[in-house]
Design a protein around this ligand. Structure first.
Ligand SMILES: Cc1cc2nc3c(=O)[nH]c(=O)nc-3n(C[C@H](O)[C@H](O)[C@H](O)COP(=O)(O)OP(=O)(O)OC[C@H]3O[C@@H](n4cnc5c(N)ncnc54)[C@H](O)[C@@H]3O)c2cc1C
Length: 574
């Protein structure tokens, strides 16, 4: 079946829906999502969305700008960071008008809490900057945007998994998707296509990310020669529930929680004397892993404790009800009575599809764009997060740049020629599905995926070194071959999740290659990329973005200068 729309959006998370609302002012819009729309991972976001409203303490967009640059370990592009922080206040007001029920101060203003790396007076002390709806902030925003999209007449195609994005002669034409409910293939042609397909934390064994966060669309574009930027920077959130990876929001430390080691010591005082437990995530994750490596994990094991027992129970009940329930259900622990066992968990992709400030996808490091193709949200890299994202800046990124991309698409479709997805794209997808379904393989997708995630975790997580990364690139080649030999036992068409998992597995491995290759290139430690063999940041050689390309000769890397408008790199201390 063939569908025609002015704008096509892949992904119904915050970035996709915010863009859809904007694009719907200029023409017809379709949103494809492999999930039921409000099941997108955005709905799991807990702690908050950042904006210098100054409702609880004096604050300014300039301090937010500075904190984000410093948090990014000076790799974030300062022009776009300034755009985001300046637009943040308007964004929160707009979200409120769209129906988001933010938590309130006693006077009725939008309440704000502390989050890692957010400070006042350029690093003097933590500041209350994260706006929140208890610890269900993403859920509240996602439902408001979902209602608005419906009101604007956006056509949503739930459980439509995109298998190909069509780019011919430098021009994007739309996408090919399978209706997972029926197994039918559908072609969507559009003047402008936005990829808002979220993150890919499922690359790692322990992750806070949803099952669907497999990075399909990044891999599809990468395999077509579109570069991926800064893939070596993957954030590990310091506080995942031990053994499970389920997230305990940074808001828990924002409300007064502290980390303690086997000796009962509040160890963050040693690593970040000024803002302690509210240091940025890369630092706190490294501190936890260092405590464990040096034998100060609880009972000599691989975890530390997040202690909230001194925090008023009413605050926990009102502002952190969700995580309190998680602790009770999954660990049998009431956080008001007992500290929570935690360990870093793979959380957020700083790297992704390179874009400009209006979401246009770049096809090289010099800034040439792919006509008609846009990206926003976690899958994109406009580079506001650089080498390390600050908490509560991702939700902000999705709505600020989702909106900008939607506006840019609206402008673009006015003058754009009508295009079609060539029939060859559909034939190619059909051929690939047939060969997967009928191939002679002997591997199981789930088993290959588990082994792959384990290796990514052990060789390429919080700490890295050349030996591990080099070994990893060889192992990935073997995983790629195993993924080619996956046997699909379910030959049916309806909800063939085994087939979808086999496809996602190939995408995960493809992105694993981009991460490992980029990490091997970068011989320095910066933000979330920590090389044991190159422990220092090296601005002279590495103050630049990595662009990884898949070519016929294998992976190739080129580099792009960082945009510095205001804050010169200095040593990062907290
Ligand atoms: C547990 C958790 C808590 C978080 N808390 C916070 C927080 O408090 N503050 C903050 O700022 N950030 C937080 N983050 C990060 C933030 O939530 C995400 O980065 C952000 O919501 C991503 O939004 P998105 O719109 O880019 O993608 P997502 O919300 O992940 O949506 C991706 C969409 O793409 C679709 N999709 C993917 N592949 C395909 C395909 N092949 N075909 C069709 N559709 C596809 C999916 O169906 C989905 O609709 C948190 C993240 C997690 C995991």
């Amino acid at each position: 079946m063939v569908h025609h729309f002015d704008s096509l959006i892949v992904g119904s998370g915050l970035a996709g829906l915010r863009a859809a609302i904007e694009a719907s002012r200029h023409g017809s819009v379709a949103v494809l999502t492999k999930l039921y729309p409000t099941r997108s991972h955005s709905g799991a976001a807990q702690g908050g969305i950042g904006a210098a409203l100054g409702n609880e303490e004096p604050d300014s967009p300039e301090w937010h700008f500075y904190d984000t640059v410093k948090g990014s370990d000076f790799l974030g592009d300062q022009g776009v960071i300034e755009v985001m922080c300046e637009d943040a206040i308007r964004t929160i007001v707009e979200l409120e008008h769209l129906g988001v029920p933010f938590s309130r101060t006693p006077e009725g203003k939008i309440a704000q809490r502390r989050f890692g790396g957010h400070t006042r007076d350029f690093g003097a002390a933590p500041v209350r900057r994260a706006c929140y709806s208890a610890d269900r902030t993403g859920h509240a925003i996602l439902f408001a945007l979902s209602e608005q999209s419906e009101l604007q007449g956006v056509k949503i195609f739930p459980e439509f998994q995109v298998l190909d994005i069509s780019i011919e002669n430098g021009r994007c034409r739309g996408a090919v998707a399978v209706n997972v409910r029926t197994g039918d293939l559908h072609v969507f042609t559009a003047q402008a296509t936005l990829v808002a397909a979220g993150g890919y934390g499922r690359i790692f064994r322990t992750t806070s990310n949803a099952l669907a966060s497999t990075g399909d669309c990044l891999s599809i574009l990468f395999n077509k020669g579109i570069p991926l930027e800064d893939m070596e920077f993957f954030q590990f959130h310091p506080t995942g529930l031990q053994g499970l990876g389920i997230l305990i929001t940074e808001g828990a430390r924002g409300e007064g929680g502290v980390l303690i080691n086997a000796g009962g010591e509040r160890f963050m005082e040693r690593y970040a004397p000024t803002i302690k437990d509210l240091a940025p995530r890369d630092m706190v994750s490294r501190a936890i892993m260092t405590e464990i490596r040096e034998g100060r994990g609880i009972d000599g094991r691989e975890y530390v404790l997040l202690d909230l027992t001194h925090v008023d129970r009413r605050i926990i009940d009102e502002r952190l009800p969700e995580i309190s329930t998680f602790c009770k259900i999954y660990m049998g622990i009431d956080p008001s009575e007992k500290p929570i066992p935690v360990l870093p968990t793979a959380h957020y992709a700083m790297g992704g599809i390179p874009t400009d400030v209006d979401g246009r996808v770049l096809r090289d490091e010099r800034g040439a764009a792919v006509e008609g193709l846009y990206a926003a949200g976690e899958c994109a890299c406009v580079s506001v997060h650089g080498a390390n994202r600050l908490g509560c800046n991702s939700l902000l990124d999705t709505v600020v740049f989702g909106r900008r991309a939607g506006m840019a698409m609206g402008r673009y479709i006015k003058g754009a020629e009508r295009v079609d997805v060539p029939k060859s794209a559909l034939d190619r997808v059909r051929g690939e599905l047939d060969s997967l379904l009928n191939g002679p393989g002997d591997e199981q997708a789930g088993a290959v995926r588990d082994a792959f995630q384990e290796v990514m975790m052990s060789r390429c997580s919080v700490f890295r070194n050349e030996e591990d990364l080099f070994a990893l690139t060889g192992e990935l080649q073997a995983f790629r071959e195993r993924a080619e030999r996956v046997k699909i036992r379910d030959k049916g068409r309806i909800f063939n999740t085994e087939l979808m998992e086999a496809i996602e597995l190939r995408h995960l491995i493809s992105l694993g290659e981009a991460i490992a290759g980029s990490a091997l290139q970068r011989r320095e430690s910066r933000g979330a990329h920590s090389r044991e063999d190159y422990p220092k940041r090296d601005d002279e050689n590495w103050l630049k973005h990595t662009f990884a390309f898949r070519t016929e000769r294998g992976l190739e890397f080129r580099f792009k200068p960082v945009t510095i408008t205001r804050f010169q790199p200095v040593e990062r201390k907290y």
